[in-house]
Design a protein around this ligand. Structure first.
Ligand code: NAP
Length: 285
């Protein structure tokens, strides 16, 4: 007999083979007493997104996480978008309430919760963000919401850094720079936190790092790399050797997943178990 309390979830992207989400959510569902909740990778090429979203409704999926390249393009197929996702222009979680699809962006709360766990108060800080892509947008919005005093964006492409800064001028004091410029080198000398949102240093290119002279940063600045594979990037290793406090991307990944789980089930997941599942699947990669 088919159980009626089966619910389906998944990660929608292209590709999705590398994703750690299936292991993380399956562990959390089982621990929360939902053995009939399935979580599957949904590999959907860009041209098929509309049909995939219609399929989620037809097959009564309860929710999906969304990853590259669909975070922005999926928005046009949803019925409602929450306010964070609307400002950022990207959705990473979709919840299906009886055929009504609502999009959320849990990177915002995941990032802020990770900072809180590291005892870093973003209010009134000078934050430096490296990179101007999707994760940078979510982090920039999170910092504006928490009233960071000033946010400096440094990127290899200054046009993109400026465009991102301009999009958020109504929400805070934000400026974009070429990360090789003298102005940027001057700016980072007053940073309270430096956040790498580029993939430089991510597995397998573990010898890469953003072109930052850590010697320019003030003592005690938090060096935060949102990469989680490897757990210690070259940037974090050098920063640690120089005595800076450091933080990697695992807690943000975990805590954005916690928020998505809450949206899916109305419950708080067992974070220890989710973390264990994440670390186990990272070791297998
Ligand atoms: P994205 O939208 O593609 O943005 C990537 C940014 O990095 C862009 O500004 C891009 O510059 C820059 N970049 C890429 N390759 C570069 C290179 N070789 N040299 C210099 N700059 C480079 O990607 P995303 O979604 O923001 O994700 C970025 C990283 O964050 C990934 O490593 C991802 O795994 C990680 N992430 C972690 C979490 C977490 O929970 N811990 C959440 C989200 C993302 P151009 O525009 O010039 O190409």
């Amino acid at each position: 007999m088919i159980s009626t309390d089966i619910k389906n979830f998944g990660i929608l992207g292209y590709p999705v083979g590398h994703s750690l989400s299936p292991q993380m959510y399956r562990a959390a569902f089982t621990a929360a007493g939902f053995p009939n909740y399935n979580y599957i990778p949904l590999e959907v090429p860009a041209g098929k997104l509309y049909f995939a979203v219609e399929g989620l409704k037809s097959l009564d999926f309860r929710g999906v996480n969304v990853t590259i390249p669909h975070k922005t393009s999926i928005m046009r197929y949803l019925d409602a978008i929450d306010s964070d996702a609307m400002v950022i222009g990207a959705v990473n979680t979709v919840v299906n309430d009886g055929g009504i699809l609502t999009g959320y962006n849990t990177d915002v709360s995941g990032f802020l919760a990770a900072l809180a766990e590291a005892n870093f108060l973003p209010d009134d800080c000078h934050a430096v963000i490296l990179g101007a892509g999707g994760a940078a947008r979510a982090i920039l919005w999170a910092l504006c919401k928490r009233r960071a005093e000033f946010i400096t964006i440094g990127a290899r492409n200054p046009q993109k850094a400026n465009a991102l800064a301009n999009d958020f001028l109504n929400y805070g004091s934000v400026e974009g720079f070429d990360w090789n410029s003298e102005e940027f080198k001057e700016m980072i000398q007053t940073a309270d936190i430096l956040i790498n949102t580029t993939p430089l240093g991510m597995f397998p290119e573990v010898d890469d790092m953003p072109p930052i002279d850590l010697k320019l940063l003030p003592e005690g600045a938090l060096i935060y790399d949102i990469i989680y594979n490897p757990a210690e990037t070259k940037l974090l290793r050098l920063a640690k050797e120089m005595g800076f406090p450091t933080l990697n991307g695992l807690s943000m990944l975990l805590l954005q997943g916690k928020e998505a789980f809450r949206l899916y089930t109305g419950q708080v997941p067992d974070l220890k178990l989710m973390k264990k599942a994440l670390e186990k699947s990272l070791k297998l990669k």
